[in-house]
Design a binder for this molecule. Sequence first.
Ligand code: F6R
Length: 260
Amino acid sequence: MEVVIAPAEELARLAADAVEQLVRAKPDAVLGLATGSSPLKVYDELARRHTEEGLSFGRARAFMLDEYVGLPADHPERYRNVIETEIASRVDFAPGAVQGPDGLADDLPAACAAYEDAIAQAGGVDLQILGIGTDGHIAFNEPGSSLASRTRIKTLTQQTREDNARFFDDDIDKVPHHCLTQGLATIMSARHLVLLATGRGKAEAVHQLAEGAVSALWPATIMQMHPHATVLVDDAAASRLQLAGYYRQTFASKPGWQGL
Ligand code: F6R
């Protein structure tokens, strides 16, 4: 696992560089998209590179990590709509190239299985962008999630619903209780994981992710088992890292030509 500590703008540029390098080398790449605040600067940078530098996603595909159950199709916080606003509509994905789990399906388990099939049929995800919850979740794999889980229905924790109330007029009662989420094994099947975390509120989760014991209690710790995982954090999110000095030194002495 590579941990990079840098200001948020630089983290976004580094993540965008990794996406750009992939898409230029493999135009039909499969991307994994996260929602929430953490990847927003990355999406801004990718949209800028599309508009100003011709970076094209015209042959790429993308899969979302998760979706709330039951939010109406036109709800602005439905993750399908959020992804459309934050990135899909700002670049040139082909119609239908961005997919997400169907939180409005009549048969939710069947929708989860179909989603797993769709990812597999696309050849798997090349680069997965991730955020982390203050409780250590990735996607919506809350504490206690099976480390071998696949896409399924999960119940959001009180902590996650409190954290996400800011997107719902600060009213926790408006935050759904359930979601469909890629499982930890689904995420681990992606070929490169790029996680972004900023702010002191993420410091404990980041410490556990990089330096804690692998455990369902801190689901993100499964990333320690991934052969190509990159963790991009600002100073505040890095503030509890025991090996922060080593991570800084390693990145500072990394050859410029070597990507993430
Ligand atoms: C969203 C997702 C979540 C968020 C996490 C952090 O698709 O999968 O795991 O990445 O809750 O959210 P933010 O970035 O808003 O702090």
